[in-house]
Write a new protein. Structure first.
Length: 384
């Protein structure tokens, strides 16, 4: 049994997000999409191939949330007009086999779903969205910064800028990064291999470092890595498991449990996670927190609605991660009225929930992808 005392962690989170409401009593329903269980590097690829769609989709844990008494959402499912033999409604039933985000926006049932959530003043959405590749490489930057007093003083925005450029480079040179990670057992770099790892990593910079887009970020990172090289130190990418970039996603299930400790959390049955959580005793200010349960989605309309929402968000993150701004502009110029209505409703729903409580939305991603999200907000003239 792990005694997980979250008092300091929760206190620090509240300091960093002073406008977020973590203390009120909400009821959260959670489902997931793109849970690849584990992210590791193999000899010629990752365990999830970088040529697959799953590689470019964020892990999303989220769903519906409300405050106070439970709203009645049976009218929503009645309006969806689904076949009577469907006992456990999933995202696939709403979009009917459509694979891409823009195709999903053609769904009339999706329009009904989003409009209903928008119109109900008691219903909101929440999510944690994790860019898997970004999360897997940011420790390189953090490790380098730990060796530079100057870089440490430049602040989190500067650090995120460096992480963003490394992420953009990794997307362009994913095969080179995969080979580097495999050869050095990343994220478990041996002390005697730090210098060689840094040398080979920065050699990937060479083709890009003199371009306007990359020069400032990559040159800054290269100089900071030189300092790490002198100290033979990359503290956050040592003493880990060979070639396992993400062991599991447990911390993203723990996060809402301890941050919203006065709330109730209902998760869709996930045997792997529930078995892990059994081994954690979450403690806050000396008291154990027991505020979550796992349920069968077949018997719970709120979990089913959460599946629909996170399924859409998973498709949305894949679209953002695989299209640049120029392509997004072209796509949106050619959207049908129905597609525009659906993306408009989705963004309005996100903004509605953000305005209710900024803490409902949690996104770990690069500036590159976050800017595309903000750009889409601007395209349809909806802002926080």
């Amino acid at each position: 049994m792990v005694n997980f005392d979250i008092s300091d962690l929760r206190r620090m989170t509240k300091i960093l997000a002073p406008t977020a409401d973590f203390d009120s009593s909400f009821t959260f329903y959670h489902d997931e999409t793109n849970n690849i269980r584990k992210f590791s590097v193999k000899e010629f690829d990752f365990n999830v191939s970088f040529n697959s769609k799953d590689f470019h989709s964020n892990f999303v844990l989220g769903g519906l949330v409300y405050e106070g008494s439970q709203p009645d959402i049976k009218p929503l499912f009645d309006r969806l007009n689904l076949q009577k033999n469907i006992k456990d409604v999933k995202f696939q039933h709403i979009v009917q086999g459509k694979k891409e985000f823009l195709d999903c926006l053609k769904s009339e049932k999706l329009n009904v779903f989003l409009k209903y959530l928008l119109s109900d003043n008691d219903l909101y959405i929440h999510y944690s969205s994790l860019n898997i590749l970004y999360w897997s490489i940011v420790d390189i930057v953090d490790s380098a910064i730990m060796n530079s007093e100057v870089a440490m003083q430049l602040g989190s925005d500067y650090h995120k800028f460096l992480k963003n450029d490394l992420y953009k480079l990794a997307k362009l040179e994913i095969e080179s990064f995969q080979e580097l990670f495999y050869n050095f057992n990343y994220p478990n770099i041996k002390k005697e291999s730090v210098s060689e790892f840094i040398e080979e990593l920065t050699s990937i910079f060479d083709e890009y470092i003199d371009t306007a887009e990359f020069h400032l970020g990559l040159e800054s990172l290269r100089q900071i890595l030189k300092e790490a090289n002198k100290k033979d130190s990359l503290p956050f990418i040592i003493d880990e498991e060979d070639r396992v970039l993400i062991k599991d996603f447990l911390e993203f299930y723990l996060r809402p449990i301890y941050l919203f400790n006065n709330s109730n959390h209902i998760f869709d049955n996930e045997a792997t996670i529930s078995e892990m959580l059994v081994n954690y005793k979450v403690i806050d200010e000396g008291k154990e927190i027991k505020n979550y349960s796992f349920v069968d989605s077949q018997g719970d309309l709120f979990v089913q609605a959460s599946d629909i929402f996170v399924g859409l968000m998973g498709k949305f993150t894949n679209y953002i991660n695989t299209n640049d701004i120029n392509q997004i502009v072209k796509n949106f110029d050619s959207l049908s009225e129905k597609q525009l209505n659906n993306v408009d409703s989705l963004i309005k729903l996100i903004v509605k929930s953000h305005n209710k409580n900024i803490a409902f939305l949690h996104w770990i991603d690069s500036y590159e992808e976050r800017e595309k999200m903000n750009f889409i907000h601007d395209l349809i003239n909806i802002n926080y």
